[in-house]
Design a protein. Structure first.
Length: 175
């Protein structure tokens, strides 16, 4: 049985590299977001110069939205790759983010939901800037979805806190 177990375990451990193309794809997605950002920026310039304040703010919030999605992708790429595939060896690099190498799956979950809530909040703010154009039902749906995301984020944080407390209690008891 051990003759089969060793190769099977090596195969399963090596399978983590199947995730690497996903992370490369996400890096390329950031490149696509850069193209989208540039196109949106070109669209925003005349709005800021020629249109009213409301239109300019909504247009700029769209740029912020794209930047937040790109930041979210970067967090997922770095943390996901380091947690599931391999370490990124940049310890000596002066620009290495402090959180790199310290974000576990639980932290990644919280950062992910936090980013999603921030993106949802920006979309909701953009909707409020156009409140006269939107119907009550559409606005209610947007607020409801945002509140659902906020509550989900709080629940994730509470679950992680409970899990951490249990882990600390077990560690305090000893082996």
């Amino acid at each position: 049985m051990k003759r089969l177990e060793r190769p099977l375990e090596r195969l399963m451990f090596g399978s983590r590299w199947l995730l690497a193309p996903f992370y490369v794809g996400l890096v390329l997605a950031i490149g696509l977001l850069l193209v989208k950002f540039a196109r949106e920026f070109v669209h925003v310039v005349p709005l800021v110069i020629l249109e009213g304040e409301g239109e300019a703010i909504v247009a700029i919030l769209s740029l912020v939205d794209i930047a937040l999605v790109a930041n979210l992708l970067l967090i997922i790429i770095f943390a996901g790759y380091e947690n599931f595939v391999s370490k990124i060896h940049t310890e000596a690099h002066e620009d290495r983010p402090e959180w790199m190498g310290h974000v576990d799956f639980s932290d990644l979950k919280i950062k992910l939901i936090g980013s999603i809530v921030a993106i949802s909040g920006i979309e909701l703010l953009k909707a409020f800037m156009r409140v006269a154009e939107l119907g009550n039902a559409e606005l209610a749906w947007r607020v409801g979805i945002h509140l659902t995301l906020v509550v989900s984020g709080v629940m994730f944080a509470l679950m992680d806190r409970i899990g951490l407390a249990k882990k600390q209690a077990r560690a305090a008891k000893g082996p």
